[in-house]
Design a protein around this ligand. Sequence first.
Ligand code: UDP
Ligand code: MG
Length: 134
Amino acid sequence: MLKPDAVERGLRREIFKRVRSAGFTVVEEAQIEMLPESAKDLYSIHRGKPFYDGLIQFIASGPVVVSILEKNNAVLDLRKLMGATDPRQAEDGTIRGDLKEENIFSPMGTMKNLVHGSDSIESANREIPIFFKA
Ligand code: UDP
Ligand code: MG
């Protein structure tokens, strides 16, 4: 998923170019707006954490682009392509590292990290119906 910061900054084409170059097939791609209920469902494992409320508000704050990607070893390879959760620690050559917002001192630094990727096949199977029903 391209988070609202990525869509707002016009990075859809650039990010999907990187995804395709890395060997992924884009099976589905759609711009939607996540309802807070869907965002809560997506991030249910983070409920109660200090960043949770802000994260839900952020994800539901504007359009996102959801997609289904296909590739051998897709989960791990996409996580590598995305880079570290905190963009300030994301390596050069990764989406989060190369495309991060310039102001690295923003308290929103970790939240606005451009992209979400499922962390396992099980998570992908749980998340796809949330995205394509939202
Ligand atoms: N997040 C945050 N502050 C934190 C940790 C996470 O705002 O300290 C946000 C960030 O947008 C992240 C999302 O919560 O992408 C989910 O966190 P997770 O640890 O699952 O990171 P990811 O799997 O996205 O790398
Ligand atoms: Mg995660």
